[in-house]
Design a protein around this ligand. Sequence first.
Ligand code: HEC
Ligand code: HEC
Length: 355
Amino acid sequence: MSFLKINVIKSLFLLSILAFSLNVFSAPHGDELYGRYCSSCHGKDGKGGVGVPLALHSFINSVSDEYLVKTIRHGRPGRIMPAFLSLSDAQVSAIVGHVRGWSDAPAPAEDTTVVKGNAEHGEKLFASHCVQCHGEAGMGGKGTGVTFSRKRELPIIAPALNNTGFLAAASDVMIRDTITLGREGTPMTSMLVAGLSEEDIDDIVSYIRSFEKTAAELEQTLNGAGSESPVIIVDSPYGLDETVENLKQAITDQNFTLIRTDFLEHGLVEEGKENKKQVVLHFCNFGFLFQALSLDPRVGMFLPCRVTVVEKDGKVKISTINPKRLSKLFNNHELDEYCEEMYEAYITLLEDAIL
Ligand code: HEC
Ligand code: HEC
């Protein structure tokens, strides 16, 4: 009898350890999860930063839980806000609960009524009333990346509306209400007060819905950039030393400044013991650098520019990272143009060196 009892206690004990380690019975903590996944951009108290303020009552009291869940799941492709695909449903709903906790008001129910209007007329109104903040074709306000280093009290940047993440999350009614009421405490003011009629607003909602196609194309471009090879590799017809000399010349010709040339293993192995057949050239174009850093300071991780020359089995190969991958990596469309330019520069550099 007592033996059985001990066994029962023992297995209960083991079970609770198991449950604890698997986190089965303990509900996820929304505040911890928010702190880990969201606060770096939206601020610890939801007051905003890189991301828009979530604690504002004019925001949180006007959006449904479904809107929040879908926004977390889809993210905002190309607009820095990541898609959180690996969180469990329980974790996402704990985060939503935490965000909801910044207001006492109950969550509004999601209303999926379709709003009908004249999209063509909506386009005209959008050009006169919205483009100055939301950008051409609703691509979003400029400067998402700069916000990493910008001061908190600077104006909130208008989100992209021409965006699969936004369009998937927002119902027509939510879009209509946002335009009608505005969001107190942000630059988004009531368009009813600004003089638009309810009919005008319905027309604008129809126009915003018509973004669905372009938004999908944009996301595809972004994913295309993600499927680019992460590195560019070319074969050199020359020996190692000659290839390095050619590269130095090409770097100067392409208006870059050569910073230094090292063995790849420099600092990793004892001095003098490095593999002499692996050389890396560090170079930079300061104009380019400042331009990129102001768009997104995270680019700094990949600077200065580097080209690696490796000789193996008598064959010489040159490699660099593929800059086209950066805009996808950082989920920042504003980097596209810069990355394209950088890609062209790298390709020209490598072609010059093996000419
Ligand atoms: C003065 C700048 C400004 C103007 C003009 C403006 N907006 Fe906004 N809009 C914003 C900002 C900033 C936000 C983000 C507010 C926040 O932080 O909650 C926003 C938010 C929105 C949202 C919600 C987006 C989201 O992700 O939740 C919609 C929809 C929207 N605006 C539509 C419009 C439309 C349509 C017009 C023109 C009729 C317009 N806005 C005019 C600045 C502006
Ligand atoms: C790397 C920065 C970053 C992280 C991390 C991040 N966000 Fe965002 N979030 C943004 C940005 C930037 C926007 C605005 C997108 C735009 O400008 O188009 C945004 C938009 C949003 C919106 C839409 C707000 C509106 O006005 O409709 C919600 C909701 C949101 N984020 C919630 C979250 C939650 C919850 C988390 C954590 C699970 C999170 N975000 C993590 C940067 C981030």
